[in-house]
Design a protein around this ligand. Sequence first.
Ligand code: 3HC
Length: 301
Amino acid sequence: KRPAGAPDKELAKPVRKVGIVGAGLMASQFALLFLRRLQVPVVITDLDQGRVDKAIEGIHGEIDKLQGKGRVDADTANRLKGLLSGTVDKSDFADCDWVIEAVFEELTLKQDIFAEIEEHVSDEAVLATNTSSLSVEQIGAKLKHPERVVGFHFFNPVAVMPLVEVVKTPHTDDATLSTAMVTAKNLKKNAVITRDTPGFVVNRVLAKLLGTAMHAVEQGTPFEDVVEAARPLGLPMDPFVLLDLVGLRVGAHVLDTHHAAFPERFHASEALTALAEENVLIEKDSKGEPKGIDKQALKIV
Ligand code: 3HC
């Protein structure tokens, strides 16, 4: 059955080489997923070669782990490693049909990256963004071909979470949308098409949950009580552990974006924004299990 709003899959363009911009945690997880599921060359880039090399080393390590678990055999593991390359030269993206960016959530940075990539790729190439709450239309605003831009929003941990939000802007053409839907299917993910609105669907829901949990703590409700109160919701992780998983900078950005768009409906968290620099929220016990919120860091006494 064709997903709601999806154009004819015959319109999809082939994805024979993938470019990934950013060499952080999300980008590395994408690289592994694309390698494993599409088995096509994947090239990863960042500002400096050191970060790129570190990402490649990490992805090789993850492939070794998959081999150790018997999920891929030795030949496949070697082939996947051979398909992966790193560069700091965007001209190496020239023959990519699909480029996805996962850099820091800053609009001008993402706009400039896409404009630079457009100089190198063919007119057919799709430019996808993993932004969690910026406007996808605005990210493509400096392009000659904004119809090739689509949101492709994954969830952490990428290997495990089954969903991708495919974000359609007013300019996204059917070939681009179809390519995104078919690519999601080839990655073995469920795709839903969403409108280009703050937080799309999932982060809109999460912003309410995480923002409310942070607000309760900031207002003096003990951390343990917020965790206990959230328990009947049956979440796989409590809100604070989830915040730690997505990363505090991303979490703070999601809350800020929602507060800016709908100030009467969403809380921003100053404490979280301040903490994001240090990136520590949860105190862990000796086994690494979450023990409680770091009250000192939150300046709650
Ligand atoms: N990275 C990679 N793989 C992971 C992982 C991680 N951080 N955590 C768990 N896994 C893998 C495990 O290796 C295991 O794989 P295997 O079966 O191949 O060995 C599998 O997940 C299950 O692991 P566990 O048995 O430890 O599973 P749990 O039952 O504890 O579940 C979980 C772990 C799937 C992460 C679960 O806790 C969960 O679903 N948490 C909620 C995650 C969530 O809501 N993510 C969305 C965040 S929002 C977001 O990312 C958007 C952004 O824009 C903010």
